[in-house]
Design a protein around this ligand. Structure first.
Ligand code: ADP
Length: 414
């Protein structure tokens, strides 16, 4: 206001353009400022109150009324401020501006503030509602699967191992949790099945030879049979069968109990394989199998007797499950860290359904076949326990009709 008023002075004519100053003053009045303009001599050039007293009082009352209504504690009042007018550094007069202090808002400002407050309050309420809805959805997404998992775990602890959680959630960690509980249920059920199977198997394995021995001895005692050498030999064979089964179980218990003491010495695996193949000469000949060992590897530090057991179990399986004229190969290879040997055959193979379980104890792919071949389903469990006790691993590839390949990996520095 002051600068505009100052620019209305013409120094060459020492005259003021009072018409413009009037316009400036009236505009200022409608903005809420009561202006008085003085020249350098202190004479009044223009005075808003003198010009339109009624408008001035209306403006001031309007502002004061609105401010007191909206901000009752602002304690505002009208003040006047004198501001000198300068032109090129020369004092050419003074403007006295009266206004509602310390601040005031006009109608437009109030409208703007009201609109702003409405928008802020509205968006605040909307955000709260949105957050509440989102929170509810999220909480439900998380708590639902957790509740179902807890229910499933309770059912499992009550002995229901068939229970599965089918629902999928959008949270990866929860999916992992439900998947773990599902696989836990599966493995508990498998263990349970194996436990039942074990009891059934042991009972069956023992019953057959015991019945044979019992009936033979009974017949001999009652004088129905003569105690001939053949009859006694047949009883003895059955006793040996029971002994083998008990030994297998003992071996497994020892290997699986974890207190297996390994007698580590440098072992030539190729030589062990040759010896084992040699020991199976009778069965190999009977089935006219083609058995060979290929490749080589340096000596490894291992327990010789236990490794020999690994070869015996793998090669005897290959011999058992390969039909006449089949081919069996033991192939050695090595890397910087480990040695490998594969025992492969072109026998009957193992179905994909059985493959994941054949290393479980007492698991036989074909129950009747296993019994017919004299297997008790312990051999591969022993192989796995021995290799892992050496820090190694055993894996299998097989498909029905195409043979099987068992690969054993042993670290060089066990
Ligand atoms: P088993 O004493 O019955 O042979 P194992 O633990 O050695 O017990 O083997 C478990 C099952 O794995 C066997 O019953 C057989 O069905 C299957 N299996 C093992 N080796 C072979 C193989 N080379 N070819 C086909 N099936 C095999």
């Amino acid at each position: 206001i002051t600068a505009n008023a100052a620019s209305q002075y013409d120094p060459s004519a020492d005259a003021w353009n009072v018409g413009y100053i009037h316009a400036i003053g009236m505009y200022a009045l409608y903005d809420g400022y009561i202006v008085k303009v003085y020249d350098a001599g202190g004479d009044i050039l223009w005075d808003a109150e003198a010009c339109d007293m009624k408008a001035c009082s209306m403006v001031m009352e309007g502002i004061a009324g609105r401010m007191r209504a909206k901000y009752p504690y602002s304690h505002g009042k009208f003040t006047t401020q004198d501001i000198p007018m300068l032109q090129n550094g020369r004092n050419i007069g003074m403007v006295s501006v009266g206004y509602y202090s310390p601040y005031f808002f006009d109608d437009d400002d109030f409208l703007f503030l009201d609109a702003l407050n409405t928008v802020l309050a509205g968006s605040g309420i909307l955000s709260l509602l949105l957050a509440a809805v989102m929170g509810w959805i999220l909480a439900r997404n998380v708590s639902d699967p957790i509740r179902k998992t807890v229910d499933a775990a309770k059912r499992m602890s009550a002995g229901d191992y068939e229970t599965r959680i089918e629902d999928r959630s959008d949270v990866r960690e929860l999916d992992e949790l439900t998947a773990s509980v599902n696989s836990l249920a599966l493995s508990i059920r498998r263990q349970e099945d194996l436990r039942k199977q074990l009891t059934a198997d042991v009972a069956h394995e023992l019953r057959t030879p015991l019945t044979t021995i019992g009936t033979h001895i009974e017949a001999i005692m009652e004088g129905v049979w003569e105690p001939t050498k053949e009859r006694l030999a047949s009883c003895y064979d059955e006793i040996l069968r029971i002994g083998r089964l008990v030994l297998d179980m003992e071996n497994l218990a020892k290997v699986e109990s974890g207190d297996l003491k390994l007698d580590m010495t440098p072992v030539n695996l190729a030589e062990l394989a040759e010896t084992t193949i040699h020991n199976f000469e009778t069965q190999i000949r009977a089935k006219r199998l083609n058995v060979s060992a290929e490749g080589s590897c340096g000596p490894v530090t291992a327990d010789r007797d236990r490794m020999s057991q690994v070869f015996v179990n793998l090669i005897s399986n290959a011999v058992k499950y390969t039909s006449e004229g089949g081919i069996i190969k033991v192939v050695f290879s090595e890397t910087d860290e480990a040695v490998f040997f594969d025992v492969s055959d072109d026998g009957e193979g193992i179905s994909a359904d059985d493959l994941p379980f054949i290393f479980e104890r007492f698991y036989r792919a074909d129950k009747s076949r296993g019994r017919a071949t004299g297997g008790s389903g312990i051999g591969l469990a022993v192989v796995r326990s021995i290799t892992s006790a050496h820090g190694g691993a055993v894996e299998v590839e097989s498909s029905p009709g195409c043979g099987s390949r068992f690969r054993v990996k042993l670290p060089k520095t066990a």
